[in-house]
Design a protein. Structure first.
Length: 400
């Protein structure tokens, strides 16, 4: 019998990966489609990181390792948290996992019971609600509209907390909007959490180093150290170091939680890939200046895309402060008619129209919990982005 578990029935395949699949299909048919749906940098993994991985293979580092990470990598992560975020951790407070998604999965599955609530600001990264639901929890969504720069307010947070709230997940800079909380905004949210001692904070800092705001990046524990005992600060190599395929994520947090995550990992994946761990060790301990150079390129692309999308009739695109996504509000094109006679009723209709008629792939806002809008990843060359934005402008201009 083809029986599937109830837990599996509570999750859906990732909408971003589904769109990437459609792009691959069209390309394989020889169709000229511009894919702006994937959330990964177009830059390559730095050579010094690749060299470290090759050396690790040569040195025979090809065996099982400690379940939640080799000791030198944990030390490098401790040094990173101190250097970049001024947070102190010991090795027993560090976990290393097979990608940032795995870090989140371990943390949520290890702590959520049926009926527990997890507060997730929308627009959110697609996997948060599904992982919460897989674990038996209930996502509680707070809407953060374009008018509020896609950021929740302390009042909204306070109103969403109930006795069943287990976690708040905060992701800054955000996938999918690029919105980033500054230190004062974080502190105001932290003060709400301080009034509710049963709520844990999962700070997803994956895009920490892809940052354009004049103020420095801040994470919650820098501004609210009193939350130290109930905060998991997670990060990873995928986005900053252009290492999506290597699958390394990590986090620092309270010892009891880190141990629970290791227990879960010991009965599921065991250690993350040994070779990838040595690669990330090199990435964290090596020169960091290329991060700034890459940010200059990302920033130019952001400015190009924001300006061109704001020139598309009916779209309004806020300027993000980090990550490599924009999230234009598409309210102005809802209800309009395509030259093919179809009414654009939802952002999913809009995305289909872009793909079918103009061969540009984006991801509809419904997937991220806030409609009508869509996400574009601008981690690709300026020439491709220019062409994609011209197509979107033409598509919007053709609507009546
Ligand atoms: N957190 C956010 C906000 C992300 O956008 C992603 C990846 O898209 C992850 C976590 C997970 O990253 P990884 O590819 O390391 O699993």
């Amino acid at each position: 019998m083809n029986h599937l578990s109830a837990a599996l029935g509570r999750i859906a395949p990732s909408a971003t990966l589904a769109m990437s699949g459609r792009v691959i299909d069209l390309k394989s048919q020889g169709i000229d489609v511009i894919g702006l749906s994937a959330g990964e940098p177009d830059f390559d993994t730095p050579d010094f990181v690749k060299d470290a991985a090759i050396q690790a293979i040569r040195d025979g580092m090809t065996k099982y390792t400690a379940v939640d990470g080799i000791a030198p990598l944990k030390q490098a992560i401790i040094a990173k948290f101190k250097r970049d975020n001024n947070i102190d951790y010991t090795p027993k407070q560090i976990t290393v996992n097979s990608g940032g998604k795995h870090t989140l999965f371990n943390a949520l599955v290890a702590t959520i019971d049926v009926g527990d609530e997890v507060i997730i600001p929308a627009p959110y990264w697609v996997s948060y609600p599904d992982i919460v639901q897989f674990a038996g929890g209930t996502p509680v969504i707070i809407m953060a509209t374009a008018a509020q720069n896609y950021k929740i307010t302390p009042e909204q947070l306070d109103a969403a907390i109930t006795p069943k709230t287990r976690w708040l997940i905060l992701n800054s800079p955000s996938n999918p909007t690029g919105a980033a909380y500054d230190a004062e905004e974080l502190k105001a949210l932290g003060e709400v959490l301080l009034r509710h001692p049963h709520v844990m904070l999962l700070s997803d800092d994956m895009y920490e180093h892809i940052w354009y705001a004049p103020k420095p990046f801040a994470t919650m524990l820098q501004v609210c150290p009193d939350l130290y005992d109930r905060t998991l600060t997670m990060n990873g190599a995928s986005k900053s170091y252009a290492m999506t395929g290597w699958r390394i994520g990590y986090a620092g947090g309270p010892e009891w939680l880190i141990k629970a995550m290791a227990d879960l990992q010991s009965q599921s994946t065991s250690n993350p890939c040994s070779i990838s761990q040595y690669a990330v060790l090199a990435a964290l301990n090596g020169p960091q200046d290329f991060l700034r150079e890459r940010n200059v390129a990302f920033r130019e692309r952001r400015d190009l895309v924001v300006a061109m999308l704001n020139d598309a009739p009916g779209l309004s695109c806020p300027t993000p402060e980090g990550a490599f996504y924009v999230y234009p509000d598409a309210t102005g094109v809802m209800g309009k008619k395509t030259p093919q006679g179809k009414i654009i009723q939802t952002d999913a209709d809009l995305i289909d129209y872009f793909l079918d008629e103009y061969r540009v792939a984006a991801v509809h806002g419904g997937a991220f919990g806030l409609s009508p809008g869509f996400r574009i990843s601008y981690a690709t060359s300026a020439d491709i982005l220019k062409e994609a934005c011209l197509r979107i402008q033409a598509a919007c201009a053709a609507l009546t």
